[in-house]
Design a protein around this ligand. Structure first.
Ligand code: NAD
Length: 358
């Protein structure tokens, strides 16, 4: 009997519950096919938690997440809470949960499904073979440094400070090397070491730990060059590791290579194997409750969970292959369909993928 894996499930707001329901079908199907055992516990978070508990991140939600092996999150937020004060906004809960769970890296794979190459704004021949992962530092850098205003000679000045210490850099760089070891063994470390002191420290740390991963081919890429190369030769990248703000920008750029936000999974990791897995998209209030959402991003987030937290590589492969097979057979949800009248509903897509798993 396989060990029971505990998964805290946060359906959240908008299309969150719809896409999470499809991901749960995949968990069930995996149990049937592989004999694994998952114990899921649904908890409130985001807008719905504000409505029912008066806070976006209730204590008991945090407790369940902390005692779980992994967290599966749909999406949070919506116009209903947009004008709330900061502490009563769903996004505040997102920052809080990352901090409380010690999640310091965000992983976003960008994979091109052959049959969807035409959905991207780039030429299909440029995209051919693209399969990359952006590893973004999540808790340091300019977003979290001291911020203030002061009077200067040219009038009021605004200051944002960018701070990184060796430990923060080292833990994410090591994680990226380890991820590269499990993939095609190539790592691009992205910085701006020709200008920024934090980048020079970053590069020193990368060069110091690199000899411990001799099987990984390392290149240093300046961030401006990386932004360009992602559009010119995306298929030459395997794993990209970078600091918080560069990662924020590059991961959105990489995401758009694939053409549809409904297809993109993500993972946030801390020390050890614990992780939070969620689609890149938000709660899509414009299509919520209509069965129009594409559940593939959330389903692929489950594949990431299997691979990165549980080490269930075969089951992860089975999910990814099932998604590719269903797409190759021409099945589409409305966001990726050419002929919208033929589009499948959220649950029809989930059923097909679950059935295609082998
Ligand atoms: P969004 O990602 O929710 O939607 C952007 C566009 O993409 C919309 O037209 C939407 O219909 C479409 N879309 C998104 N996901 C889709 C899917 N799975 N299938 C088909 N179409 C899909 O971004 P937004 O509109 O800027 O934000 C809406 C709300 O979500 C806001 O409250 C925002 O704060 C929140 N948000 C939450 C998260 C999160 O939970 N991690 C992330 C981003 C935005």
């Amino acid at each position: 009997m396989a060990e029971v894996k505990k998964i805290a499930v946060i359906a959240g707001d908008g299309i969150g519950p719809e896409v999470v329901a499809e991901a749960e079908k995949i968990l069930k199907r995996t149990e049937e096919l592989y004999g694994y055992s998952f114990e899921t516990e649904h908890v409130l978070f985001g807008g719905i938690a504000i409505d029912e508990k008066g806070t976006p991140l209730p204590e008991d939600t945090l407790k369940v997440c902390k005692s779980a092996d992994a967290v599966l999150l749909g999406a949070v937020g919506g116009p209903k809470w947009d004008s709330n004060p900061k502490e009563l906004r769903p996004e505040t809960g997102l920052l809080g949960i990352r901090k409380e769970l010690g999640l310091f890296s965000n992983l976003r794979p960008a994979v091109i499904f052959d049959c969807l190459k035409d959905a991207s704004t780039l030429k299909p021949e440029v995209l051919e073979g693209t399969d990359l992962m952006v590893v973004r530092e999540l808790t340091g850098g300019i977003y979290f440094g001291e911020k203030f205003r002061r009077e200067g000679e040219g009038g009021q000045e605004a200051v944002d400070t960018c701070v990184y210490n060796v430990q923060e850099v080292e833990r994410i760089v090591r994680q990226a090397f380890e991820i590269a070891q499990k993939r095609r063994k190539k790592l691009a470390s992205v910085d701006k070491a020709n200008v920024l002191e934090t980048s020079r420290l970053w590069r020193e740390v990368v060069n110091r730990v690199a000899p411990e991963y001799p099987d990984v081919e390392l290149e240093h890429v300046l961030v401006d060059n990386c932004a360009m190369q992602l559009l010119r030769r995306p298929s030459s990248f395997d794993v990209i590791v970078t600091e918080n703000m560069f990662g924020d920008i590059l991961s959105d750029e990489a995401a758009m290579l694939t053409g549809s936000i409904g297809m993109l999974a993500s993972a946030s990791l801390g020390e050890g194997s614990f992780g939070l897995y969620e689609p890149v998209h938000g709660s899509a209030p414009d299509i919520a409750g209509q069965g129009l959402a594409n559940p593939i991003a959330t389903i692929l987030s489950v594949a990431l969970m299997f691979r990165l937290t549980f080490g269930y590589d075969k089951a992860a492969d089975a999910i990814e292959k099932a998604v590719a097979e269903v797409l190759d057979a021409g099945h589409r949800t409305a966001d990726i369909a050419v002929d919208k009248s033929q589009a499948l509903s959220t649950s029809e897509m989930g059923d097909l993928i679950a059935a295609a798993m082998k």
